[in-house]
Design a protein around this ligand. Sequence first.
Ligand code: VGL
Ligand code: ZN
Length: 207
Amino acid sequence: MRAFLVVDVQNDFCPGGALAVPGGGDVVPLVNELGLHFKHVLLTQDWHPPGHLSFASAHTGKQPYDTVALPYGAQILWPDHCVQGTEGAAFHPALDIAHVELILRKGFRREIDSYSAFFENDQQTPTGLAGYLRERGIDTLYLAGLALDFCVHWSAIDGRRLGFEVFVVEDATRAIDANGSLGHAMRQMRQAGVELVSFDEALTFAA
Ligand code: VGL
Ligand code: ZN
């Protein structure tokens, strides 16, 4: 069974937001249209406490897009974004979410980031999504949303690692592309067996 997993379509990742992804808001109409055709629609929501360790502001002398070593590995530092309960953390106002079955929040522990919908950035701590999908008989995921080279990328790779079929609807995503991250993400997804499809292809496969 298929599900449509929409990653982090939140105000802070759209133009005007704290960590705006170029063209981020443009995915909304495509996501809404696809959402009407999939029987099961799930969302993720980046959901950080104030002072989260992925924020440059939590490290003296560091700037956004610097990298620091945290106990679980290298962490890129970001502007403060998607702080729990703020307008920036809210979904894009035009995102049609009435029929969404699950909203999975991630990145809510101060000491660890979570790009992937499946694991926090230590690559070990599960979010519970794999169990949820398996218990519901969902084995195939169509991914869209923000950002292609971070949260979509890591969710796609981890989905493959866990044995799910994964399709990324490329034109319903946008990338940050910090220091070559987009090229790296595309190579890794291809190697992992993630399939890239267009919006039109995804529509024909839906539900
Ligand atoms: C994301 C950077 C930091 C994403 C989330 O949704 O891709 N990127 N937090
Ligand atoms: Zn984040």
